[in-house]
Design a protein around this ligand. Structure first.
Ligand code: NAP
Length: 439
């Protein structure tokens, strides 16, 4: 029997656990015992705390793995932080070395959750809000601080970045009422009622926009949005030579950009004509805008951008920084990481990595589960080749943790409260309340 520890109960971690346990159940491989660790008391990682509330179909993919607990060789260690760095406020912690002492190997699926921040003067202003915090707020993430001020989320909110997180935040801020039946946190709905304009500031041009077509379409097609403005270009997007060239291209690898830019170029024209009929909300894309300095006053933040050698100043109620995430390695002793196979070493022992922990913060749920499939295959190969061996290991039993039965109690309570309040789910918003429910 191989004892495997998986760190992180997001899609990468739970899909890997499910793969190992199914291999055991189907008797088509060695027997595995899986201990799944997460610093949170509850599973699903970004499916629960990152995916926007108006994407329930993505959140529901968690159901694919909800039966992991039915396998006899599975144990969930919720509230256990695996890191060489001690972190306050979390129930228990183990280092990677301690984890390896108790298991034959470790599969790291701990994501990448260190949000990038602006390094400009004035970035410490309370009106500069990190997207991670805002996403945590609307998703009821108990691992985030909850100190947003209502006055900051109204009028014209600026967002730095053009990735899918920026677009999620824009959508959620512009149309919070649509989220009422979802699992959105009620506190957030109170906060974000008065935003009428979102200005996205993107440091590169439209041809390098990192978001995807679906997310862009959802934003500009929001019922209340009647103005789409594109600033920062020499001429309208649809009239540029580069655009004309792209539209003529038959290259398969350019198809995605082609769809994205066609949508963007056409939306500007479409929405302009619609806006004649009514006063709606506005989405503004400012390309080639790099933030340089912020000045906060009592009722606004003024942001200076450099735009092709010129300085432009904008007054906003808040500035959301949505700059992506850095990897968050659990240990400094991880070496020889192979980005293709997910193989690595720690303390001269083979370990495995997948999802954002391996490749950084990019891609959707399917990319993370595919990355886990490859890492589990590497683990199978190493067993076959005698590189990974099952040996007597130390016992794990004494570590304080929250188990899967506790999660089921929290889950049931959230669903019950949701039903009571006409929502898909009403999340428990503090660790202490979660613990009370499990007692
Ligand atoms: P991202 O896609 O990496 O976008 C980050 C944005 O921040 C980029 O526009 C980047 O500009 C900009 N940026 C970074 N540092 C900056 C700085 N110092 N100053 C100004 N701009 C800066 O990150 P993300 O939006 O957080 O998304 C992370 C991953 O999650 C992506 O793969 C995304 O597709 C995925 N995701 C998917 C969904 C979905 O499928 N619905 C939803 C959310 C997230 P440059 O491009 O110039 O670097």
């Amino acid at each position: 029997m191989f004892k495997i520890a998986i760190v992180g109960a997001g899609p990468a971690g739970v899909s890997a656990a499910s793969r190992l346990l199914k291999a055991t159940a189907n008797k088509n491989h060695d027997e595995f015992h899986v201990n799944l660790f997460d610093r949170s008391l509850v599973p699903w990682g970004l499916l629960r705390t990152g995916v926007a509330p108006d994407h329930p179909e993505v959140k529901h993919t968690a159901q694919t793995w909800s039966n992991v607990s039915d396998f006899p060789n599975f144990q969930f260690y919720g509230g256990v932080n695996i890191s060489d760095l001690k972190k306050a406020g979390i129930k228990s912690e183990l280092s990677l070395k301690e984890l390896l002492d108790c298991h034959d190997s470790v599969l790291l699926c701990n994501g990448a959750y260190e949000a990038r921040t602006l390094k400009i003067p004035g970035a410490e202003s309370r009106r500069v809000i990190n997207a991670q915090k805002l996403v945590g707020y609307y998703n009821g993430d108990v691992m985030q601080d909850w100190d947003l001020e209502p006055a900051h989320l109204q009028g014209n909110v600026g967002i730095i970045g053009g990735g899918n997180v920026a677009l999620d935040v824009a959508r959620v801020l512009l149309e919070p009422a649509l989220l009422k039946p979802s699992d959105v946190s009620a506190k957030f709905l109170e906060l974000a009622k008065e935003v009428h304009k979102i200005s996205l500031f993107i440091r590169r041009g439209p041809f390098d926009l990192p978001c995807t077509t679906r997310e862009l379409r959802e934003l500009i097609h929001l019922p209340s949005v009647s103005n789409v403005i594109i600033n920062g270009l020499d001429k309208p997007l649809g009239e540029s030579e580069e655009y004309a060239k792209l539209m003529k291209s038959r290259k398969v690898q350019e198809r995605k950009t082609k769809r994205l830019l066609k949508l963007l170029a056409e939306s500007e024209t479409d929405k302009k004509s619609e806006s004649k009929f009514g006063k709606g909300k506005t989405v503004e894309f400012n390309f080639f805008h790099t933030p340089e300095i912020n000045y906060e006053s009592s009722d606004k933040i003024s942001v200076e951008f450099s735009h092709r050698g010129e300085t432009k100043r904008r007054d906003l109620s808040a500035l959301v920084e949505s700059l992506g995430y850095e990897k968050t390695p659990v240990s400094e002793f991880i070496t020889d990481v192979n980005l293709d196979s997910g193989k690595a070493f720690a303390f001269d022992r083979p370990i495995y990595m997948s999802g954002w922990a391996l490749g950084g913060a990019k891609g959707v749920v399917g990319d993370s589960t595919e990355s886990s499939r490859l890492a589990v295959q590497s683990l199978f190969d190493d067993i076959e080749n005698g590189i990974l061996k099952s040996l007597p290991r130390k016992n794990m039993s004494s570590i304080e943790h929250s188990n899967w039965e506790n999660w089921k109690k929290i889950d049931e309570e959230e669903l019950r409260r949701g039903q009571e309040n006409g929502k898909q789910r009403d999340k428990i918003l503090s660790i202490s309340e979660m613990i009370k429910i499990t007692e």
